[in-house]
Design a protein around this ligand. Structure first.
Ligand code: ADP
Ligand code: MG
Ligand code: ZN
Length: 479
């Protein structure tokens, strides 16, 4: 029997507000443990939560970007469980009535773009952090993160392969970062994902029993973990067994998943409406204000880049994957209006250099103006494309402009015909054997002469001119 996989993802994203979701404590990272706390986020009896308006605005922004319907009234609910990092013994979340529902985003798949449904987007608060020190018989609790606002974005079970799951996650990640509402840092846990997966015989509508992989913190691990689970489900069902509904953990060191808790041990959270928080009414004015502040989103930008700049879809996808990268591209094109050449340079030299440094595009030592200048010098024939690459490296390491480096190092391209002809004649005279073999039909030797000329001019000869002159000069040897 042939099976197909069914995948649904739950993404938790930390919102970039200055203060926490229900109190005015700062969300600043890296402070002294428990210094960013107050009676509300410490869960003191009698303290009352007040919703952070910015957190709501960000949630609405994401909901609109995901084409969701925003509920006029939504509710906060208490999700009850006992754990030392949760001082109230409940997490404020949303249950029956989330802020937004019924949306979709478009993702790239191997068979073209496809819409994946978004079931819901709701607000909640983060828990604290436990710090374990193996040399001590106890653990520490740091409540600085307690109460930091999160949104949870739940997809429909419409994803079919681990690759699509990764593509979906990249799309959600990219939208959040574009909107400026999440830093997207996966190592620090600002963006994490639970992956749900089941399989079913091809053609069957009913969903199979799912397992859930908790707290995946890299696109690659999500993909690996899902592959493992799909394989495992197939083996169990193929041998006539049954899948147990459970939560599992992916171990990156073994590439396998292990059971964490089964359905019988699953938490019964006993959600109920939080009596401390009034039902939330999202005013139409707020929705319209947020709609008006939506930036151009990654996919729209990508389509525009293909349409207006005529660059390949793949390049457009890479260049729009980050807002700052796309901005850099457009700024450079404004200075040097040859989009294809700018894109080629950014996809190769620029990206390579960027990978070598920790900081992002905005702190790149070569700014759009300088890159534009360099490309102009290449186009004008002042330097060759090859020398251009060396100049670029020098610009990157020194932070200086292209013209300055070219002047100082005497890198200006040799385009003087008589000067090049002299050099070429000398080379041909010094290599009579190669000349004879060339004339005997070994055309590939042209590259040898080009190479020699480049060597003699330390790469500065205009390659096109060198080719032209060589052909003429070699012919002169025929008689
Ligand atoms: P839970 O209550 O266990 O969290 P939900 O119904 O809320 O389950 O769904 C959570 C996520 O799991 C959603 O993204 C949903 O699309 C996905 N999902 C639900 N059922 C299945 C299934 N049978 N196979 C794969 N994914 C599923
Ligand atoms: Mg779940
Ligand atoms: Zn607080």
């Amino acid at each position: 029997m042939e099976f197909e996989a069914v995948i649904g993802l739950e993404v938790h994203a930390q919102l970039l507000t200055d203060s926490k979701a229900f109190c005015s404590c700062t969300t600043k990272f890296g402070s002294e443990p428990n210094s960013n706390t107050c009676p509300i986020c410490q869960g003191m009896p009698g303290s009352l939560p007040v919703l952070n308006r910015k957190a709501l605005e960000y949630t609405v922004l994401m909901s609109l970007a995901c084409n969701c319907r925003i509920n006029e009234i939504s509710r906060f609910a208490r999700k009850n469980y006992y754990y030392p990092d949760l001082p109230k013994n409940y997490q404020i979340s949303q249950y029956e009535l989330p802020v937004a529902e019924h949306g979709w985003i478009e993702i790239d798949t191997s068979s073209g773009p496809r819409r994946i449904g978004i079931t819901r987007i709701h607000m909640e608060e983060d828990a604290g952090k436990l710090i374990h020190d193996e040399r001590k018989p106890f653990s520490y609790v740091d409540l600085n993160r307690t109460g930091v606002p999160l949104i949870e974005i739940v997809s429909e079970p419409e994803i079919r392969t681990p690759e699509e799951a990764a593509s979906y996650l990249r799309a959600v990640h990219s939208i959040l970062v574009y909107l400026g509402i999440c830093d997207g840092n996966m190592e620090e846990g600002s963006f994490r994902c639970d992956a749900n997966v089941s399989i079913r015989p091809n053609g069957q509508r009913e969903l199979g029993t799912k397992t859930e992989l908790k707290n995946m913190n890299s696109f690659k691990n999500v993909q690996k973990g899902l592959h493992y689970e799909i394989e495992r489900h197939g083996e169990v069902l193929g041998a006539g067994g049954k899948i147990v509904q459970e939560t599992r953990l992916f171990d990156p060191s073994t590439g396998a998943t292990v059971s964490m808790r089964s359905k019988e041990q699953a938490h019964d959270y006993r959600y109920f409406p939080d009596p401390d928080l009034l039902p939330l009414r999202v005013e139409p004015e707020l929705i319209e204000k947020m709609r008006g502040s939506l930036p151009e989103l990654p996919r729209e930008k990508k389509e525009r880049f293909v349409r207006d700049f005529g660059i390949p879809e793949y390049d457009a996808g890479v260049l729009t994957s980050e807002r700052s990268l796309a901005q850099y591209f457009e700024d450079t094109v404004a200075i040097f209006p040859n989009p294809k050449s700018v894109s080629n340079w950014m996809m190769t030299e620029f990206m390579r250099a960027l990978k070598g440094q920790d900081a992002g595009v905005v702190s790149a030592p070569v700014d759009p103006e300088n890159l534009g200048q360099l490309l102009k010098m290449i186009e004008d024939g002042i330097i060759s494309g090859k020398i251009g690459k060396t100049v670029f490296e020098e610009m990157w390491s020194s932070g200086r402009g292209a013209d300055q480096i070219v002047k100082e190092k005497g890198l200006v391209q040799v385009s003087d015909v008589s000067e090049l002809t002299d050099i070429i004649r000398t080379i041909l005279d010094e290599n009579p054997n190669q000349v004879a073999r060339y004339l005997g039909g070994k055309n590939q030797l042209l590259a040898f002469f080009v190479g020699q000329t480049m060597k003699a001019t330390r790469g500065k000869a205009n390659p096109q001119l060198v080719n032209e002159i060589l052909l003429v000069e070699l012919e002169k040897f025929r008689n």
